[in-house]
Design a protein around this ligand. Sequence first.
Ligand SMILES: *Cc1c(COP(=O)(O)O)cnc(C)c1O
Length: 462
Amino acid sequence: MRGEDIAVPDAVRALPSVDRLLLDERVAALTRIHPRPLVVDAAREALGDARRRLRAGDGNGVVGSLAEAVAVRLERATRATLRRAINATGVVIHTNLGRAPLSSAALAAMHEAGLGYSNLEYDLEAGSRGSRHEHVAELLRRLSGAEAALVVNNNAAALLLILSALARGREVVISRGELVEIGGGFRIPDVLRQSGAELVEVGTTNRTYVADFEAALSERTALFLRVHSSNFRVIGFTHAPALGALAHAAHARDCILADDLGSGSFLDTTRYGLAHEPLVQESVEAGADLVCFSGDKLLGGPQAGIIVGRADLVARLKQHPLTRALRPDKVTLAGLGATLAHYLAAEPEREVPVWRMIATPPEQIEARARAVIATLGSAGDGFTIEDGRSAVGGGSLPGETLPTRLLAVPASLDADAGAAALRRARPPVVARIEHDRLVFDLRTVLPEEDEILATLLAAHLP
Ligand SMILES: *Cc1c(COP(=O)(O)O)cnc(C)c1O
């Protein structure tokens, strides 16, 4: 490198100007596909990069590949960065990887709704204005047993709306054991403050009784809030009031009981050997006046916040100005409707990817892993199948896991380097490192992705 100290300035000086680079045949061809200002920007950046690399003594071949560098930069600049990824982590509802993959029917409905116009806010019978909130309300009423339903952008929005519309300037009673942070800085006390409601904490971190709530009641109390401790578990000497008893105490004093279920579910998770995740219909049945939950956690649909409950309260929520700011778009409503229909048709385990993944037995996961190894041929030497655990994730069922079978790369392979190489692949693969070994849990890989995964493993692992 040192020997180049003198040569470098010459090489830098020899770089073409932006104008001359634009005359290069291959770069000129790009100006016929892309707007000229974009190509000029890319050329300027490519030259800047070449200059830096030459000065750093890292300029091998930069001059010859300038046109290519412009093309690569243009490609990057004109494409959105959100792209499909293969989730081999075994975490079914992986918030960082986009939570729930959607069912074919949901995707088809979303495509249809996005392709043309729709009756989003148009009453086809009357030929006049209708409400977007009606499209999934009936499905939600049937599934939950509640009188009414409303959909907003996500469950954080649902909670903010409930508190803003029903408790602003008044008191909200909540157990100290439920003043949680859900993640991404979303903390229950902060949401309460934002809504203009006043927080009244009762009980202790580990034990809270109905009597604690009753003692906190005053004419200023607007509602009791129960929040599901989605992402952690308190074990040992604990007590939380039964929802039915809390409802009883609230109703005796004309107070509202709201239940934030977090994930919520319409299907019983104990069928898969998991702990019980609260069911939406159970909360409604127990007497919660409003129940809110996410569309893209265990429901397995698009991002949404769903509120079900008493008709008079839902009507008040609909009239609140925030509802306009939090309303879902037509594509979401279409996908959500199709997802909910799977539950009415009693087919979520077959059709909703989240449930299909949860229900997949380890033997089936192992068979797929073996098929990937077979596809690899001699490149698969040293790969093994190991016992492991998958997680549900998404702030549901903390600490609960499902037995799985992991595809493990040879122990001799540098796990960090392998993981990094796969993250850079197209499509990127996100794997897991366990005991210094790179492993893949095919539970969360879509079966149609198995072959691509094998190809990527062959191409990207040393
Ligand atoms: C996940 C979660 C939320 C937030 O739901 P989003 O749909 O992600 O906005 C709110 N409350 C609880 C208890 C949760 O687990």
